[in-house]
Ligand binder design. Structure first.
Ligand SMILES: Nc1ncnc2c1ncn2[C@@H]1O[C@H](COP(=O)(O)OP(=O)(O)OP(=O)(O)O)[C@@H](O)[C@H]1O
Length: 647
């Protein structure tokens, strides 16, 4: 699970392109440029109809009826001798105005509600979805005919109604996109850094939904033009002799056998317009899909692929009397899976004291990440804290409201993650992102926030902060991104920093620098650190206390020197079998034979007993509690004496 990021700036030209603007990317494709160009010309031509039209669209000339195209009448004339080109140009105005009215109505309803429901979820989401179900079951055409009757054939009223009714479908699509973006780590990171919900929606969610919004708008425009012309074909809307595209089709139908050409200009233009909107929607979809693929490396990893750790302790050995800043006790977390409920954490407990660093260690699947997420109140939707407590500065977090948690994040507790790149929104420059975080915590002017950003970048020892602020995340290396993430975490001067494998994704040479930086910042600020790691080198380098996790429990906790000197759980001993003094620095924890049993498959009694060299019959008899094994030390083993004897 360890991935190493190259220390050269990540080259993602496709992603860079994607972020330069959907419109430009669309216009670079042949289909997009033709469809876009056609629509642009159409809009300009209809707007400039009074200038461009060769004749008055209402002027009749009964000497020239039903003419085919000629140098005088470029597109011919209708049954009353009116110039078809002029009527088409003028008729485009109500058609495109109708589309605009419908599109605006749809956007006004669908975008705010779609983004809000996708991001916020919960009861509000469920209520809006039920309303959507009802709206979608209503027969649109019947409502439109009713509206036309009530509003005296007003096409504007009909198109606005069409937009509102169609918003239900678009809302669902936008909601889906917002839900996906909601899972991105940079959104969690923004929450953790203390950004408000409205800020997150405008800065992170909405920009990432714009692709689907444009696609939906284009496709709706294609439908709207069909409906607008259909209604005018039926004689609704502006009464004759006002030119409308639908009306022109209607007129051509009357003389179809005598003058079939009459159908071609209006019919062709409507078909081309519908086609152009459709193609534009397709191209935007392709372009945005490409941009998502090309920035695939920046997406959140699935939950099971992440790491964190915790450990249960009564008084995890710290050797100091400082009160615990973070106190976790008997924490149970359960996930609802396709195979039923699974208790992933059982009675996890540990303390993190001011100025100290607790390392959570354990193999993959031991529950480290879930512990960290539970502390931060960021469990996935299928997970819940089912027991125990998480207290920060004495305040219970498991029952805290969203608002209370938001107030603590960033200024109380901050997070840096394993892959800093995913915690940074690829669409914004570093300076803008950091500035936003700084301003979320302080009521600074933009200028003051900019100075603070430069200060923070200097604090994390980044060379040339003035230049760094102008770069996008994909233009900096993994090590630099981690420093930026640390700078963002420090913006709110947090008392506790949770570092989820902060060096795992980095090049070995950069890992030591980042750890040294963390150590220095901790010494300067006195903040507490909870660090999740697989790496005994990291533990030795930076931790003052250790909590070892196995199969959803803390099995040992102690001051770091004690653990290295004399592990008091066979699992810890097995993990350290190579001996930290012999193990190369910053090497992953040595694997113990076998694997961590998954939540549904844990043995009764001691969870480690199936892999334990010291296991005896009594290990299976009952769950083993955390037992004190010395000052500030606890172990979940009833045979520690045997461990001593084997030394
Ligand atoms: N959303 C979820 N739904 C169901 N099970 C989950 C979910 N998230 C985590 N788990 C399970 O919880 C257990 C602990 O996972 P966790 O990611 O905390 O382990 P970890 O010790 O951090 O491992 P790693 O170091 O590989 O990240 C695993 O068995 C995992 O499958």
């Amino acid at each position: 699970m360890t991935t190493t990021a190259p220390e050269t700036p990540t080259a993602l030209p496709a992603a860079a392109d994607a972020h330069r603007g959907i419109l430009r990317s669309v216009l670079r494709t042949p289909r997009g440029s033709i469809a876009g160009g056609f629509l642009l010309l159409l809009i300009l031509a209809t707007l400039l109809a009074p200038v461009l039209a060769p004749a008055d669209p209402l002027r009749q000339n009964l000497h020239h009826v039903l003419e085919t195209p000629s140098s005088r009448y470029w597109l011919g004339t209708d049954s009353l001798g009116r110039d078809l080109l002029s009527r088409l140009l003028y008729g485009g105005r109500p058609a495109l105005a109708g589309v605009l009215e419908g599109v605006l109505a749809q956007l006004v309803v669908a975008v705010p509600l779609g983004v809000a429901t996708g991001y916020l979820g919960g009861r509000f989401d469920r209520f809006v979805m039920r309303v959507c179900d009802i709206v979608m079951s209503v027969p649109t055409i019947v409502i439109l005919l009713g509206v036309l009757t009530i509003f005296d054939r007003s096409i504007a009223a009909a198109m606005i109604t069409l937009g509102v009714l169609s918003a239900a479908g678009t809302l669902r699509v936008v909601r889906g996109a917002a839900m996906t973006v909601r899972q991105e780590l940079y959104v969690s990171a923004a929450e953790l850094l203390g950004l408000g919900r409205v800020q997150i929606i405008f800065r992170h969610i909405l920009p990432r939904c714009r692709g689907v919004i444009i696609v939906q708008t284009s496709l709706f425009a294609a439908v709207a033009i069909g409906i607008q012309t259909g209604l005018t074909f039926l004689g609704l809307g502006p009464p004759p002799p006002s030119p409308t595209w639908g009306g022109m089709i209607n007129e051509s139908a009357v003389t179809l056998s005598r003058a079939p050409w009459l159908l071609v200009p209006a019919g062709g233009l409507i078909a081309l317009t519908v086609l152009a909107f459709g193609i534009l929607g397709d191209v935007v979809r392709d372009v945005t899909a490409q941009s998502h693929t090309s920035s695939g490396g920046l997406r959140a990893r699935p939950a099971s692929g992440r790491r964190t750790a915790e450990a249960p302790v009564e008084e995890p050995g710290s050797g100091t009397e400082a009160p615990a800043l973070l106190r976790v006790r008997d924490l149970d977390v359960t996930f609802l899976t396709p195979r039923g409920e699974r208790e992933v954490l059982t009675e996890v407990g540990f303390d993190v004291r001011a100025g100290r660093t607790l390392g959570l260690v354990g193999e993959s699947g031991s529950g480290k990440s879930v512990t960290a997420r539970a502390v931060l109140g960021l469990l996935e939707a299928n997970g819940a804290v089912t027991g125990g407590s998480v207290r920060f500065r004495g305040r219970e977090l498991t029952r805290a409201s969203r608002k209370e948690l938001a107030a603590i994040r960033g200024t109380g507790i901050a997070l840096i993650s394993q892959e800093p790149m995913v915690a940074l929104d690829p669409s914004f420059r570093i300076g803008a992102q950091l500035g936003e975080v700084v301003r979320a915590h302080t009521r600074m002017s933009r200028g003051a926030a900019r100075r603070r950003v430069l200060e923070l970048l200097e604090m994390v020892e980044l060379p040339d902060p003035e230049e760094i602020v102008t770069r996008y995340p994909f233009q900096i290396s993994g090590g630099m991104a981690q420093r930026v993430a640390i700078a963002a975490a420090l913006a709110g001067s947090p008392e506790l920093l949770i570092a989820d494998e902060p060096t795992t994704a980095l090049d070995v040479t950069v890992q030591a620098d980042i750890l040294a930086l963390l150590r220095r910042i901790q010494a300067d600020t006195g903040m507490a650190v909870l660090i999740v790691t697989h790496d005994w080198g990291v533990v030795a380098d930076i931790c003052s206390d250790v909590a070892v996790m196995y199969a959803g429990q803390v099995v040992e906790s102690a001051p770091v020197e004690d653990v290295f000197a004399r592990p008091s759980h066979p699992y810890t001993a097995a993990l350290m079998a190579a001996g930290p003094e012999h193990a190369p620095r910053r090497t992953p924890i040595k694997a113990v034979e076998g694997t961590v049993p998954p939540p549904g498959d844990r043995p009764a009694g001691c969870r480690f007993r199936t892999r334990c060299p010291l296991a005896e019959a009594d290990c299976a008899e009952q769950e083993i509690p955390l037992l004190p094994v010395g000052e500030h030390r606890t172990s979940r083993c009833i045979h520690t004496a045997h461990l001593e004897a084997r030394r």
